[in-house]
Write a protein that binds this ligand. Structure first.
Ligand code: UDP
Length: 235
């Protein structure tokens, strides 16, 4: 395996599978199996999960809801997803801990960096729920922040597309895929990888990002073993 400790970012929307809302248990189970393939190889796995399948603060705000109130709902949504993922991982006999950035002690441990690292060293998957714990941030920012804090070597951004393209491949047949691209080129070309806050935090801390298609069986294993699928963003 090329990487010893990774941070996997899964969007909330990914958990919907073919649904319009909520959580598809089959999709969760597929993800749990993918993750088992790499934990079986001794890879230390931390996961940040989004909440967009349930609620996004920005969507609430666009309909007149107070933004901070909506973001609190979004953060809670990530905890719900985290619990669902924890359950699916435990069904695959993967020891798992859920740590939340917002205090919700009856359902999840509070985020404590040293404890998270200890869990990873003991072979437990650590799911970080609650985003960064602050409104006006995204779970992509949480993913970069946690990855840096726990010393992950790379962020794996599991998506529906198989990498970063020169333009939207669903709209433009001439769109070409990058195998590798620098942080500077992503910014200069105006490509969308993560929101700017998350992206520049990654760049400043020299933390590579790999964008790959998480919905094809075996892809997570391939990425972690160093196969060049997806797109790697590096210095
Ligand atoms: N959120 C937040 N602070 C954070 C992370 C998330 O307030 O640090 C809220 C925000 O409202 C966001 C929602 O939680 O819209 C769900 O997260 P996100 O949109 O990043 O989920 P994803 O797009 O990955 O499903």
């Amino acid at each position: 395996m090329q990487y010893k400790r990774i941070l996997l970012k899964l969007s909330g929307e990914a958990l919907m599978g073919s649904r319009q809302y909520g959580i598809d248990p089959d999709r969760l189970q597929e993800y749990a199996k993918e993750i088992k393939d790499i934990t079986d190889k001794g890879v230390e796995v931390a996961i940040v999960i989004g909440g967009g399948n349930i609620f996004r603060g920005l969507a609430g705000a666009s309909r007149g809801m107070d933004r901070v109130q909506g973001d609190h709902m979004g953060m809670l949504a990530t905890v719900i997803n985290g619990l669902a993922l924890q359950s699916a991982l435990e069904d695959e006999d993967i020891p798992t801990r859920l740590q939340s950035a917002i205090k919700i002690n009856e359902v999840a441990e509070p985020f404590i960096r040293r404890k998270a690292i200890r869990h990873l060293e003991k072979g437990r998957v650590v799911i970080f729920g609650g985003g960064t714990g602050n409104p006006y941030f995204t779970t992509d920012s949480a993913a970069v922040l946690r990855a840096i804090e726990i010393g992950a070597e790379v962020i794996l951004k599991g998506t529906r597309v198989d990498g970063i393209y020169s333009s939207d491949p669903e709209k433009n047949i001439d769109a070409t895929k990058f195998d590798n691209i620098s942080f500077a080129d992503v910014l200069q070309k105006g490509l969308k990888v993560m929101d700017t806050t998350a992206f520049t935090l990654s760049q400043e801390n020299e933390l590579p990002i790999i964008v790959f298609d998480m919905n094809t069986r075996g892809n997570l294993y391939k990425v972690v073993s160093g196969e060049n699928i997806g797109t790697k963003v590096n210095l």
